[in-house]
Design a protein around this ligand. Structure first.
Ligand code: F0G
Length: 474
């Protein structure tokens, strides 16, 4: 087997961008351009087989992990990837479970719901991650980077899943004795807008949780202000390039599972870290000569939190090969803020709380624009009603119950197919990003007889006749 010692740098995302040392702890350059991790030497495609082989290779947790079994693709530490001791001394993992059980799943009625042959659509379900969403792939990597800097205080603004995930990782590291007891996670969340179980996880795993008035955007802004006051705080949000390195492994999964590059990858879009991460995987693979074509990325916003859609489809803003006025995102956000000043957008705007985000981090917005341009991508949005219906279709496969934001991806695929963007015969990968942690809300849906897929339990007296009659009712 091959041992790969990668050398990595942080580089601006524009062509011929400025380069920084990998240890610099920065997410943007001094001129405001987002950074990403780049590797100096290409890695060999033969590693694909090594990675596949590791999946079932015994007890080494780093071989089981959907992130670390691909450690050569994100070896920013430059460790000897064949040495278990070096892995254990450096890498953070939720006992090898992150990204380990994602599928793919066929979900034939979901494909049918769209109108596509079942064999052409595959679903990657990230709800089997230990904390229940894809976030675990990125947070273990952030925690790995934080560990080498001996970070004591992490901070995250979240719609719930990232907070739950990072809290889980830190708790697990502390119990394992790899993080000292004084390491803490500060969670900033929008009060009343986070799904019960996401919040509960962060509580149970011991994070310090601060709920503020306002929405996710206010929470993100708050976290940035706090970091200005105390720059030693380490940001967990997905503008952190190391989050993206972890999350990119999901796209390696899709291609490994499908044994081909799909024509499309469909993803819900909130703070747009996922969009950036899908693209990052494709950039790496293309740079290393592993793939010729890239899939088209379709980003699905919630209809009332559709800033990317507005930016891309209505304003026609393009990345333009990096010849991009970095102020435009900020300017557009200011205009939007004026437009939205007194309207409903500042209130809870969708049941898809995971992606109820109006001002995605500017770093991610830029990366998303680049991803769309580079992959000839598209953006759409779906209403809550569409997402609920799509969720019910996915749930009805009996495999799992999904977060409503995950269902947005299926609803978006349906829209794009009907609009003619996606055609019969094309191979599609759909990200199902997390499991349902808003079960109170889902209960309201399934218990509401007016909803198409409602299934209201019958309430009967303890009487065999009554029960029998109900069972055999015509
Ligand atoms: N699906 C789920 C279940 C999510 O939790 C999120 C984001 C997304 C999709 C959207 O991904 O932000 O990369 O575009 N949740 C974040 C959080 C914002 O704080 O947990 P994105």
């Amino acid at each position: 087997m091959q041992t790969v010692i990668q050398t990595a740098v942080l580089r601006e995302i524009v062509p011929s961008g400025l380069t920084y040392g990998i240890d610099e702890r920065r997410a943007i350059s001094e001129r405001g351009i987002p950074l990403e991790v780049r590797y100096i030497t290409p890695i060999d495609k033969s590693l694909e087989r090594v990675w596949e082989g590791r999946k079932n290779s015994g007890k080494n947790i780093f071989n089981k992990s959907g992130v670390w079994r691909r450690r050569e693709a994100l070896n920013f530490l430059g460790i000897n990837t064949e040495s278990y001791e070096e892995c254990a001394a450096n890498l953070v993992s939720l006992d090898g479970s992150e990204g380990a059980n994602s599928g793919p799943f066929r979900l034939s009625n979901a494909a049918q719901y769209v109108g596509l042959p079942s064999g052409d659509v595959s679903f990657l379900y990230e709800g089997n991650n230990p904390s229940g969403s894809f976030k675990d792939r990125g947070t273990v990597v952030v925690a790995t980077d934080g560990r080498r800097h001996d970070v004591k205080r992490y901070i995250v603004a979240s719609t719930g899943n990232t907070a739950a995930s990072m809290a889980a990782v830190i708790a697990n590291e502390k119990v394992g004795g790899r993080y000292s007891r004084d390491v803490e996670l500060i969670v900033i969340i929008p009060h009343g807008r986070v799904a019960t179980e996401k919040l509960l996880q962060a509580q149970a795993y011991g994070a310090k949780i601060i709920q503020i008035d306002g929405d996710f955007d206010a929470a993100l802004e708050m976290s940035r202000q706090l970091r200005e006051i105390d720059p030693t705080m380490y940001p967990v949000n997905s503008y952190n390039p190391f989050r993206i390195e972890g999350q990119k492994t999901e796209t390696f999964d899709i291609i490994e599972y499908l044994k081909q590059v799909p024509d499309w990858i469909i993803t819900p879009g909130g703070n747009l870290g996922s969009t950036a991460a899908i693209h990052k995987a494709l950039l790496d693979m293309r740079e290393w000569g592993w793939i010729g074509k890239v899939p088209r990325i379709a980003v699905v916003n919630a209809a009332n939190a559709n800033t990317l859609e507005l930016f891309y489809n209505r304003e026609g803003v393009r990345w333009n090969h990096g010849d991009f006025d970095v102020r435009s995102v900020g300017e557009f956000y200011s205009e939007l803020r004026m437009e939205r000043a007194s309207d409903r957008h500042r209130k809870r705007s969708t049941h898809m709380s995971a992606i109820d985000i109006h001002y995605p981090a500017e770093e991610n917005m830029m990366k998303a624009l680049r991803a769309l341009e580079d992959t000839n991508g598209v953006v759409t949005s779906v209403t809550d009603a569409e997402a609920w219906e799509a969720k019910a279709v996915i749930d009805s496969n009996g495999m799992f119950m999904v977060d409503l934001a995950s269902a947005a991806a299926l609803a978006g695929l349906r829209r794009l197919f009907r609009a003619g963007n996606i055609e019969r015969g094309q191979i599609v990968g759909v990200r199902l990003t997390g499991r349902d942690k808003d079960t109170g809300l889902s209960a309201r849906y399934y218990n509401n007889p007016r909803m198409k897929h409602s299934n209201v339990p019958l309430q009967l007296p303890n009487d065999v006749e009554a029960v029998k009659n109900a069972i055999y009712v015509q």
